[in-house]
Design a protein around this ligand. Structure first.
Ligand code: 13P
Ligand code: ZN
Length: 276
């Protein structure tokens, strides 16, 4: 069922759970996520990085994702992840996304607000919901990643942009962690209590189950998983004879591995059966 980002996160807010947002990269990762949603009757967000919309991959994947979104009986959102700029957001909307993220988090807050608001105004006209980022969520390879999102900044950002969902920096980063992070749970609680935007946690791969649960209890409503989707695919492939034909049979086993991974996260976030 086709849901906008706002609609699916409203559901999570009402139910007190978080919707998993899985980055997909190819047909097998998409199949794995779709099969997991179907089996667990869970709402899911299927997202692609900005660069995939700039290359051929997005062009091939978007119609299939839209078909999945329309055919599954559970709520599904098709989302642009880390939209690099206004042109990227426009392009993703033309490809049929029902949510877009504008990532202007490396800009000073005034410029971030200005850029984000432009996307919000445009997306409203297209019936598409918007996620913004305040407090830059970097890479696990960065030297420092302790500049948490300030509560007052978040309040101002949400009010002035009219954003639907807000990605906050509370201790996570993108990629593989050398050591599992400890999240700023109190900061999540404070931001949740003071803003109406749905809160998003990026860098979900490798975060411990207890930290994930605490983040959801504190008010996080969307958690992104990218790196671990890649590893679920690669581990699945590695376990097989790489020269076993036919390829559709081989690859369906890889998709199964992604499915099992996705089911684990759906359950952890409390999203199982929440799409009925
Ligand atoms: P990971 O690749 O660390 O899971 O992060 C995913 C993400 O935040 C996508 O935006
Ligand atoms: Zn991210």
């Amino acid at each position: 069922m086709r849901y906008t980002l706002k609609e699916i996160l409203d559901l999570a807010q009402e139910g007190g759970f978080a919707v998993p947002a899985f980055n997909v990269y190819n047909l097998e990762t998409l199949m794995g996520v779709a099969l997991a949603a179907k089996e667990t009757k869970a709402p899911v967000i299927i997202q692609m990085y900005s660069r995939l919309f700039n290359t051929g991959t997005g062009e091939f994947m978007a119609p299939v994702i839209i078909d999945v979104m329309n055919k599954l009986k559970t709520p599904v959102t098709f989302h642009l992840d880390h939209g690099a700029g206004i042109p990227e957001c426009i392009r993703a909307m033309r490809f049929g996304t029902t949510g877009v993220m504008i990532d202007a988090s490396t800009m000073p807050i005034d410029e971030n607000i200005e850029t984000t608001k432009k996307v919000v105004d445009m997306a409203r006209e297209a019936g598409v919901a918007v996620e913004g980022e305040l407090g830059h969520i970097g890479s696990t390879k960065d030297e420092k990643w302790d500049a948490y999102t300030e509560v007052e900044d978040a309040v101002r950002y949400v009010e002035e942009t009219g954003i639907d969902a807000l990605a906050i920096m509370v201790g996570t980063a993108h990629g593989k962690y050398a050591q599992a992070p400890v999240l700023a749970i109190d900061r999540i609680k404070e931001i949740h209590a003071n803003t109406r935007a749905h809160l998003v946690l990026h860098g979900g791969s490798g975060v411990g189950d207890n930290q994930i649960k605490a983040a959801v209890n504190a008010g996080i409503r969307k958690i992104n998983f990218g790196t671990d989707v890649c590893y679920a695919f690669m581990d699945g492939y590695k376990a097989l004879d790489p020269y076993s034909a036919p390829l559709d049979v081989t690859m369906s086993k890889v998709a199964q591995n992604v499915k099992e991974f996705a089911i684990g996260k759906i359950k952890l976030l409390g999203a199982e059966q929440k799409g009925e």
